[in-house]
Design a protein around this ligand. Structure first.
Ligand code: HEM
Length: 497
């Protein structure tokens, strides 16, 4: 199958004739146009859920301009196709603009399902295996503590600082690099690259993706500005992923000290040469660079807006912003999590990775962030399904994941509830390979923020609280509309080393 499952993991697209195939039901197709007029341009999951009810099927078929879309509207349908039959459904669409014109190769996220993908994926997966998680903890903790301190100094800049935190974690994990407190050049380069990626992946952004023949138009031809753009975009990508790799490789050869993804992997190469890159080193360089994009993808997926990465951003950031919005709109969840933290951790220290199992309410709150406004907008129909989550599926309620412990005050996780992360990080062979690290870093950030700060509504110029609203923008991403809030320390002496 030429087609592909992309980030939402629940749409499969194929081009070409399907006349011989038995197709699932779906809205009536017009000659030539197919379902182009039916296709919702925003909040697609709502329409897809309605169609699933109308056609009494959790698998739907749509056709738009010669491309067939299979929409998977339930967990069972998604696992049946994307896990049990993953050898067929693990491809990606062919992006003519990105692949053929920009030359965006070696990108794990967007690669076709082939041997090249397998070698990139193998390296990435083995490094981010849960048994290696603790190797990355220092790169999660240090920037987090600086972030908590900077919130004390300038709480009004919380959104900018959140973005900086995410960039700092990725640069630490990928390269072992420490970032500058402001205007870090590597973070800035990554922002530019993510901006490019987001623009290039926006459906319908480039005619050449629908009509690949246009790639042969000469760059001087009127209307061929996409070809000139393609050249400058290639340079932007290389300016992001090559300098930090070369910096780390050079210092590794000299000092053999830093600990990070690139360093662990360069270590396994017998005699790295200072200037040449071997095939293995190309894979290391590419997969390290993809970490920023794993985040973009998710940015596509969860939240905020271009206040941060002006059109690009990252998953971790998106998840954190959804968390802040949820705390603002559902204060009871914040209060109950803080009560649990005060009882189990106390006020003298911050939560640490080893505390995760003793804080079931905080874990449930994290699950609810991934369910309530999941990163991948098209997985949302499954995560808002009333049959699974009841009539209040639209509300943020951590207790849906919990059971009361008989005779005690505390909670335990309900083993009968399927973890939402099994949906929001995708399915099958393309499931997010960074998910263990993403979850561990998200948990630490959320528990530390709740432990140290109160998140409350912003105050308007007359001194009244501004009522928070759950408002999301539906584009390539499922992002909350920009919002304000007040972040205040819960007690004095909160500075962390
Ligand atoms: C909240 C955080 C994150 C979320 C919600 C998320 C979600 C996802 C999803 C939905 C996919 C697509 C799965 C599919 O096609 O079925 C994906 C792929 C990917 N993610 Fe993540 N991700 C997150 C963080 C990260 C991080 C921190 C990294 C890197 C360290 C990362 C690296 C990747 C890569 C490399 C892929 C492509 C894998 C492939 O195509 O084989 N992600 N992610």
């Amino acid at each position: 199958m030429e087609g592909a499952a992309l980030n939402p993991a629940i749409i499969i697209a194929t081009r070409g004739s399907t006349r011989k195939l038995p197709l699932p039901p779906g809205p009536k197709k017009l000659p030539l146009l197919g379902n182009i007029l039916d296709m919702p341009s925003s909040f697609q999951w709502i329409k897809f859920s309605q169609w699933a009810e109308e056609f009494d099927s959790d698998i739907l078929h749509l056709e738009v301009a010669g491309t067939n879309y299979i929409v998977l509207n339930s967990y069972d349908a998604a696992t049946d196709l994307l896990e049990k039959r993953s050898s067929i459904y693990s491809g990606r669409p062919h992006y003519t603009m990105l692949y053929d014109l920009v030359g965006w190769t070696g990108d794990l996220l967007l690669m076709q399902y082939d041997n090249d993908w397998k070698s990139h994926r193998k390296l990435f997966k083995q490094e981010f295996h849960p048994s290696n998680s603790s190797l990355y903890h220092p790169h999660e903790k240090k920037p987090l503590h600086s972030f908590l301190n900077s919130l004390l100094d300038a709480p009004e800049e919380w959104s900018k600082q959140t973005r900086h935190l995410m960039g700092a974690i990725i640069l630490g994990v990928a390269y072992g690099l420490h970032v500058q407190p402001k205007n870090d050049p590597d973070i800035e380069a990554a922002n530019k690259m993510m901006d490019v990626l987001t623009r290039a992946l926006l459906p319908g952004a480039f005619l050449v993706d629908s009509f690949p023949i246009l790639k042969y138009v000469p760059s001087w031809f009127p209307g061929a500005s996409f070809k000139r753009k393609a050249n400058s975009w290639n340079a932007i990508r290389h300016a992001t992923i090559t300098p930090p790799f070369m910096k780390v490789k050079g210092s590794y050869i000299l000092q053999k000290t830093a600990s990070a993804y690139v360093v662990y992997n360069v270590l396994s190469i017998p005699d790295p040469r200072p200037d040449n890159l071997s095939d293995e080193e190309e894979i290391i360089k590419n997969t390290a660079g993809t970490m920023f994009e794993g985040e973009v993808l998710a940015l596509s997926l969860l939240l905020v807006n271009l206040i941060f990465y002006e059109g690009g951003a990252d998953t971790g950031l998106t998840a954190l912003l959804t968390f802040v919005l949820a705390m603002l709109c559902f204060p009871h969840a914040q209060r109950e999590a803080q009560e649990e933290l005060d009882t189990v951790i106390g006020k003298e220290r911050l939560p640490d990775h080893g505390d995760e199992d003793s804080l079931p309410y905080v874990k449930a709150l994290m699950y609810e962030c991934f369910r309530w406004e999941t990163v991948a907008p098209l997985g949302k129909g499954i995560l808002r399904d009333k049959k699974t989550y009841g009539p209040n599926a639209h509300l943020f309620e951590p207790k849906r994941w919990l059971l009361k412990v008989p005779g005690q005050r505390g909670w335990k996780l309900n083993p009968d509830m399927r973890e939402p992360t099994g949906i929001s990080f995708g399915f099958g062979r393309r499931v997010c390979p960074g998910r263990h690290m993403a979850l561990s870093s998200f948990w630490l950030s959320v528990s530390s923020l709740l432990h140290s700060f109160n998140i409350t509504p912003a105050i308007d110029k007359d001194g009244n609280p501004i009522e928070p609203k759950v408002e999301y923008i539906s584009t390539l991403q499922n992002r909350p509309a920009p919002f304000q809030c007040t972040i205040k320390p819960r007690s004095e002496n909160m500075r962390h080393s």
